[in-house]
Design a binder for this molecule. Sequence first.
Ligand SMILES: [Zn+2]
Length: 337
Amino acid sequence: MKNLEHIVITKEGLKDPPTKSISQASRISGVYPLDGRVKKLTHCPICRINNFTEHLSGIDFLLSKEEFTIVRCANCCFLFTNPRPEDHDLERYYLSSDYISHTNSSKGLLNWLYQKARLFALGKKLKLINNLSQKGKLLDIGCGTGEFLNICKKNSWLTRGVEPSDLARNQAIKNYKLNVSDNLDLSQFDKDSFDIVTLWHVLEHLPNLEETVDHLELILKENGKVIIAVPNYKSWDACYYKKYWAAYDLPIHLWHFSKNTISQLFTKHGFSLVKTKGMILDSFYVSILSEKYKTGKENFIKAFVIGMLSNIMGLFTKRGYSSTIYVFEKLKIVERL
Ligand SMILES: [Zn+2]
């Protein structure tokens, strides 16, 4: 996976900037169609059962226009994209590298708003980690161009990053002098070495789900925290837009979590859920994109109303916000069931 620029701009909670550039799906980085080269999971990665039903079929609206199916495990209700492209084919479904320059543009009111929202989200994330732990060692997986790591470093955290995209990683190193690895293999890190590990809108992209959670457990100190931001398909905006919901983001979102399923996954690997937090800005951005996918038009006012309704429902009901931050703590062996 080289071209993870799409992830780069998910770091601050908003996935892509709400600019006209998001609708320019002409920057295709691969050749289509897949010609049947797909990977089919035979067992649910959470409960190992091999009985699935179809949740929905949706289109890769941004690039290939190919159709993919999301299945639901009949036992634990986990949703995942199945079949999906082979691991080595996934990078073709990410936007090409010139995407970064669009995201860093400061032209136009919407981009200005996006940059302000980005700063707001960065401040919130820093506050979250400072409230969770004494300052120590922090790893950001999929750190993109390094803005989050930079603000942590300035606040006396010892920071490491992982970013497979050459373009984003080089910017992180050049702009902020960060220590960023190109290798997503977490076995490169020492056992019990981090106080905090963060994955901001990254876990849903990683093909080896169980292996990743196993490695997170290994590299965290006892009572260390892993912070994971992922879309929530039970949110009101997801239920409103259905197959047009932009945060399904097929096929590059391989896993679609709810509070229940992500908790099952991490509990199984020695973690305990200690905190959840809604991401109130995501509903607006996701609704802008979803509205465009559904109607073919940009309708910012309607998207704003849907985003606001989703946040209200997230606040007052159990369905949750459009995206959720989960904080899991690595339990000591004696604390595990
Ligand atoms: Zn299952």
